[in-house]
Ligand binder design. Structure first.
Ligand code: ADP
Length: 491
């Protein structure tokens, strides 16, 4: 990627929408408050956007409620056409979308392009699903009735998304919601609202009717969202974020027994057996660890390598990690951007310091990068002891902790010794072992000889405290549908 000219950075931020999008209108927050958006690679303010109050939240929810009936009645083909148009517009506008994302979130521009593409695929996937929503017709076992099972939209939905994939986490929820005929209020993370506001503009241009998608950006998420969730007007909450916040939201949803999809934290293991293709494993580890600079719930958090190959693997991994170029996402050649903010960088530093204090050896990096912005150096740690905090906590940064193991049964126990269960990665050339381990590990997803599992056409989600429900795949749309059984007596 070549470097981006400074005036292009300024003009893309200037042109980006910065108001709330409620009932098809772009408006300031009631009271006129704004919040600042920062560039994490410099710490400087990029711009200010409207900061919604509780009143704005209510207006958004009422707009979604009012639009629900007519949107549910829109022919599926029309909903599919809108999503397909949105897919095309994302490709047309990819330069601006990618740059905006890099500026507010920090990821290297090449990765931002990758995300625009990935995010757009959710619209295409769900455009294709929209016209395939089907039900069932069945004869009662006693023969005296017929059962029709119809699928209907769950109703107005609240969608809450994180900062690490500012576009894709939005399209992964908006795609199935629109396909199923659900209106929504979407609250993006306050650190990265620009991508979502640009997406709202795009959806409007694609023909999404007023009130169907409402975007509320706020610096007081708890205060604005809790009354909306507890009201019961929305019938569904789809959340991607931390397990702690997810649990709080589940409690709030319990009030009115709302449907929920929860995509929460992870503590992925990356297991390299002695019979693995080590070059493939190193490449896989680079992807599983370094995609999004490690700021992903799917990131390899614990790397277990068989003791007979750990030296070779660690050397190769450190060599590859050492080639990475840390810098502003818009600069030429950057492969690792900054952490999203100072808090995130300090958390990474704290976890590394704790591991080193407990006895881990620093093979590469091991400290924040000097200078402006929230950078942390790509880091490889060897022999991280089990009492280290990073064994249990999500690192969310460019830190690869490598630990030896000797035996398949032992490593499976270690993999499962966490309250999380999102994804695990297994590297082996032995098919029987691959299947055995894939079946034994407790996670919603398993990558075999691959370091990335995310794909709009596959069901993404976790077990245990990593979440509830699945996004994407042929079952992703079910999260936004109810089954209605209609019994018909037959004489
Ligand atoms: P992360 O650690 O990735 O920042 P969070 O769970 O804190 O994860 O944030 C994910 C999303 O949840 C963000 O949009 C954030 O604003 C939102 N959020 C955080 N706290 C609350 C809350 N109490 N109620 C509703 N949304 C919240």
């Amino acid at each position: 990627m070549t470097a981006v000219a400074q005036d292009r950075e300024v003009s893309v931020v200037e042109a980006a929408p910065k108001k709330l999008y409620i009932n098809g209108q772009w408006r300031d927050a009631s009271g006129g408050a704004t919040l600042e958006v920062h560039d994490p690679s410099t710490g400087e303010v990029l711009c200010s956007v409207a900061d919604a109050t509780e009143e704005d939240g209510w207006e958004a929810l009422r707009a979604a409620e009012a639009a629900q009936e007519s949107f549910a009645a829109m022919p599926p083909r029309k909903r599919a056409d809108i999503l397909m148009k949105a897919f095309e517009l994302m490709h047309e506008r990819k330069d601006d979308l990618a740059l905006l994302m890099t500026l507010e979130m920090g990821k290297p521009l090449a990765e931002a392009y990758g995300e625009v593409n990935y995010a757009a695929e959710f619209f295409r996937h769900f455009a294709e699903e929209a016209t395939r929503i089907s039900g069932n017709y069945q004869t009662a076992p006693a023969g005296n009735a017929r059962f029709i099972v119809a699928k209907q939209p769950v109703g107005p939905s609240i969608l809450i998304t994180p900062w690490n994939f500012p576009l894709a986490m939005g399209t992964r929820k908006l795609g199935p919601a629109i396909a199923a005929g659900c209106t929504s209020v979407l609250k993006p993370a306050e650190l990265t609202p620009l991508s979502m506001l640009a997406l709202a503009q795009l959806l409007e241009d694609a023909g999404v009717p007023a009130g169907v998608v409402n975007i509320v950006v706020t610096s007081t998420a708890g205060k604005v969202m809790e009354p909306l969730i507890r009201s019961g007007i929305a019938r569904k909450l789809s959340f991607t974020g931390s397990t702690g916040v997810g649990k709080k939201l589940l409690e709030q949803c319990a009030d009115k027994v709302m449907r929920t999809s929860m995509e929460l934290g992870g503590n992925a293991s990356f297991v390299v057996f002695e019979d693995a293709d080590l070059d493939k494993a190193v490449e896989g580890a680079m992807q599983a660890k370094m995609r999004n600079s490690g700021e992903a719930c799917t990131a390899a958090n614990r790397i277990f390598v068989h003791e007979s190959v750990i030296s070779e693997f660690s050397e190769k991994l450190a060599a590859r990690m050492g080639e990475l170029q840390v810098g502003r996402g818009v600069a030429e050649g950057t492969t690792v951007g900054p952490m999203v903010d100072a808090k995130q960088r300090d958390k990474v530093a704290e976890l590394v310091d704790d591991a080193v204090k407990s006895g881990a050896e620093v093979v590469l990096g091991g400290e924040p990068a000097a200078g402006e912005g929230f950078f942390y150096k790509p880091t490889v740690l060897k022999g991280v002891p089990r009492e280290a905090r990073m064994w249990r906590e999500e690192i969310f940064g460019p830190v690869a902790p490598v630990t030896p193991f000797t035996d398949e049964g032992e490593v499976i126990k270690w993999v499962n010794s966490t309250e999380y269960g999102l994804v695990n990665y297994v590297f082996t050339e032995n098919l029987n072992r691959a299947l055995r381990v894939a079946e034994a590990v407790e996670s919603g997803m398993v990558g075999i000889n691959q370091g990335v599992v995310s794909n709009p056409a596959a069901p993404f989600g976790g077990v245990k405290e990593s979440g509830l429900g699945r996004e994407g795949g042929d079952i992703g749309i079910d999260e936004f549908l109810e089954s209605k059984y209609i019994g018909i007596a037959v004489n």
